[in-house]
Design a protein around this ligand. Structure first.
Ligand code: GLN
Ligand code: ZN
Length: 742
């Protein structure tokens, strides 16, 4: 550490969007992957996006600019590369980084899963006893130097050692490699100090979840050791997405100079607990463990699109000032989860716009709060309204439903199906854009949608699938589409946020009471049915997912908002059923995402989430088969809740998790479709490997309950990939059916 540590900048953000205000990175990545452009062009686009970000943040008056927040795919994967944790099998690949992220024809990618309770997905590192850690600081150094050449001093942002290991494939067991990983971090600190870096940000969001005493001891050991490095930048440990709880006093007792608190999700509770402890020992707060530290007060939310209520932020800042030696203003988490700029949304209603703030506006808020007088108005948060009572479901027991459905559907054993979407072709996306721009008539557009539905149906008939889908060509996105057709939502033009790699979503803004003015999907379902004799599934998005993937009003409890949406979905289920649709799938891929990070809130959340799902689906009669689809590899935590959804058939991701979920879900007494291949990778599976996987599945589950399907929707793939993969899937299912007493 320098003899005198420079003060932490007055204002900062923990991170910034990186996909580009017009999704420039997405386009550059996809051109590179398709071989339409070279590496130099991809790197040029990356450099340009970083430059733009630093310039803009500086123009807005932000003092503490971060670097190394850019990523070509994912920052956890970047950290694995930084530490040399590249599994042996990828090292010979032409491009090991993208091989880990996306796989190659011969190599499956690393697993991908959700980042805390957000809709961002990270690549799960593999850290075993054989991993040889070796620092490769190329990326943070290159970003640092690029910024410097432009005249900007930056604070490199790196995922911290404890979170890196906890997020890796073995979870807490990987902490057995902590000492080795710390060696790399020590070396990194030395390298950064030699470059003259004043502060480094180590992100430790894993500390906002419940941690065992052993894990807290690892935190202590890590930051004692890093703190002891002789020549190092100031250490800023940031803990986004929740309250540090018991980890706060642990961190506070280490030599780290700055701690970042998420004061939107509750960091004040942790401070209060710290203060209570002090009171018990009758010590003045200012002499407490934070007295010598900077607290970077995350009072501007990085998770929503609402303007910061100044009274609330000022109150939080005042409380923090009572405890901390120094206070800087920051965001609650990286701004990765919000769109770039409200200025790109000229069509939004002015009344709504006045309530909104995207990344640029949030930076301006941070700057403003940092400039404001230290003592603000204290505002007590409004008490929330009591929750509405939950109506019970009214479907018959599963056995009764299953019999009624079997008689109606007459499906073979191991029925084959897909999750809903078929490839979204370039022409279709162009047509949708032209419709939005007013250069294509609705009639012509809808003609094109009908042609796509017909193509999907004919393809499935030809490939021999048993339960068909219409392919969702009318949907830009499974949540956005419903938002456009329900009251209470606004949709944006350019409000993209990164979901994984080059994939972005445009979350709608749920700002008022939700209702369904008219049926949303019924006419497309009717059209699809008219084309074929085989059963076609109706396809809806569930209430939790619609809310999870929207920016949600914060003036009502989340639960109440979800129940409003559930009511609208319920009406749609009733109308589909009345139109003769025999199977209705209500997807809840985000059910796990909203699970509170700490155990204390989890059971309560799951109770109302399940109740909302059942409210949405329980209006269906016994002969209507309800499917649900969930996609995450770590469903383990919420299995009882998935069971309680009471869907007749559950399709679930399992390909990327090596089928480890099977034993557990085998206990469900209903239909189950563990995905037989990973649609996130362009790799096409062979019939042999699918057959193998199905054999494994049949060891864990009775044949009469198993469905055969991919692990998610197909819209991100090409028709060529999809046809080859589905052909392999149908072949595998047929081979097994042909075996005696399968
Ligand atoms: N029905 C949706 C689709 O197939 C489900 C997507 C998802 O689970 N994310 O695209
Ligand atoms: Zn899915």
């Amino acid at each position: 550490m320098p003899a005198v540590q420079p003060a932490f900048p007055r204002s900062t953000v923990l991170g910034y969007p990186r996909i580009g205000p017009r999704r420039e990175l997405k386009r550059a990545l996809e051109a590179y992957w398709d071989g339409r452009s070279g590496r130099a062009e991809l790197d040029r686009v990356g450099a340009e996006l970083r430059e733009r970000t630093w310039r803009r943040l500086a123009e807005l008056g932000l003092e503490g600019l971060p670097s190394n927040t850019f990523s070509l795919y994912d920052h956890v994967l970047d950290t694995a590369v930084l530490l040399g944790a590249v599994p042996e099998r990828y090292r010979a690949a032409e491009d090991p980084y993208f091989a880990m992220a996306r796989g190659t024809q011969g190599l499956a990618p690393l697993r991908m899963t959700k980042w805390f309770d957000t809709n961002y997905h990270y690549i799960v590192p593999e850290v075993g006893p054989e991993t040889v850690f070796a620092l490769d600081a190329t990326k943070p150094l290159a970003e640092l130097r690029q910024a410097r050449a432009l005249g900007f001093e930056t604070r490199p942002v790196v995922l911290g050692p404890v979170t890196f290991l906890l997020l890796s494939e073995r979870g807490a067991a990987a902490l057995d490699r902590l000492d080795d990983v710390l060696g790399c971090y020590e070396e990194l600190l030395g390298v950064l100090a030699a470059e003259g870096v004043a502060w480094v940000q180590l992100d430790e969001p894993a500390l906002v979840a419940d941690r065992t005493p052993g894990e807290l001891a690892a935190v202590r050991r890590a930051y004692q050791r890093l703190g002891a490095v002789a020549a190092r930048p100031g250490l800023f440990v940031a803990a986004a997405y929740g309250d540090l709880g018991e980890a706060l006093p642990v961190l506070a007792a280490t030599p780290v100079e700055a701690i970042g608190l998420d004061l939107v999700r509750g960091g004040l509770d942790g401070l209060a607990a710290l203060a209570d402890g002090l009171q018990a020992r009758s010590a003045p707060a200012k002499a407490g463990p934070l007295a010598g530290k900077t607290v970077v007060a995350g009072v501007v939310s990085g998770r929503d699109v609402w303007r910061t209520e100044p009274g609330r932020a000022a109150y939080a800042l005042r409380v923090v000032r009572e405890h901390a030696g120094d206070v800087a203003v920051g965001t609650s988490c990286s701004l990765l989860h919000v769109p770039y700029d409200l200025a790109a949304e000229p069509d939004l209603d002015p009344g709504l716009r006045a309530r909104l703030a995207f990344a640029e506006q949030k930076v301006a808020e941070v700057v403003e709060l940092a400039r404001a007088a230290p003592e603000g108005e204290a505002a007590a948060p409004a008490p929330s309204a009591p929750a509405a009572p939950v109506a019970a479901g009214e479907r018959g027991p599963y056995e009764v439903r299953a019999a009624a459905q079997a008689g109606r559907l007459r499906l073979p054993p191991l029925p084959t199906t897909t999750i809903g979407s078929f490839p979204q072709t370039g022409e279709l996306r162009a047509a949708r854009a032209a419709l939005a721009a007013g250069t294509l008539s609705r009639d012509v557009y809808e003609e094109q949608v009908r042609a796509e539905i017909e193509r999907a149906i004919r393809t499935q008939e030809r490939l021999g699938l048993d339960v068909l889908v219409h392919g969702e060509p009318e949907r830009n996105d499974m949540v956005q589409y419903f938002a456009e057709h329900l009251d209470g939502f606004a949709v944006t033009r350019n409000g993209w946020v990164q979901s994984y790699g080059s994939r972005c979503t445009r979350p709608p803004i749920l700002h008022g009471d939700v209702s369904r003015p008219q049926p949303v999907t019924v006419r497309w379902a009717r059209y699809a049915r008219s084309l074929t004799d085989r059963p076609v599934k109706g396809m809806l998005t569930g209430p939790v997912t619609i809310v999870a993937w929207s920016f949600v009003r914060d003036d009502l409890p989340l639960r109440d908002v979800v129940f409003q949406v559930a009511e609208a979905v319920r009406e749609e289920v009733r109308d589909l059923e009345a139109a003769g649709v025999p199977i209705i799938q209500v997807d809840e891929p985000a059910l796990r995402e909203l699970l509170p990070l700490r155990r204390a809130g989890q059971a309560g959340y799951l109770e109302w989430a399940v109740a909302a799902y059942r409210r949405a689906t329980s209006g269906a009669g016994d002969a209507t088969q309800i499917h649900t689809h969930l996609c995450y590899s770590d469903a383990d935590q919420i299995l009882a809740a998935i069971d309680a959804l009471d869907a007749d058939v559950t399709t679930i991701e399992s390909a990327r998790s090596g089928g480890r979920i099977l034993g557990a879900v085998g206990a469900f007494g209903r239909g189950l479709g563990p995905g037989v291949y990973d649609i996130h990778s362009p790799r096409v599976p062979g019939a042999g490997e699918i057959e193998e996987l199905l054999r494994e599945t049949l060891k864990a589950l009775p044949a009469g309950r198993v469905w055969v399907n991919p692990d998610c929707g197909l819209k991100t793939r090409t028709y060529e990939q999809v046809e080859a993969a589905l052909a392999a899937m149908v072949t595998a299912a047929r081979r097994l059916r042909a075996e005696p007493a399968g």
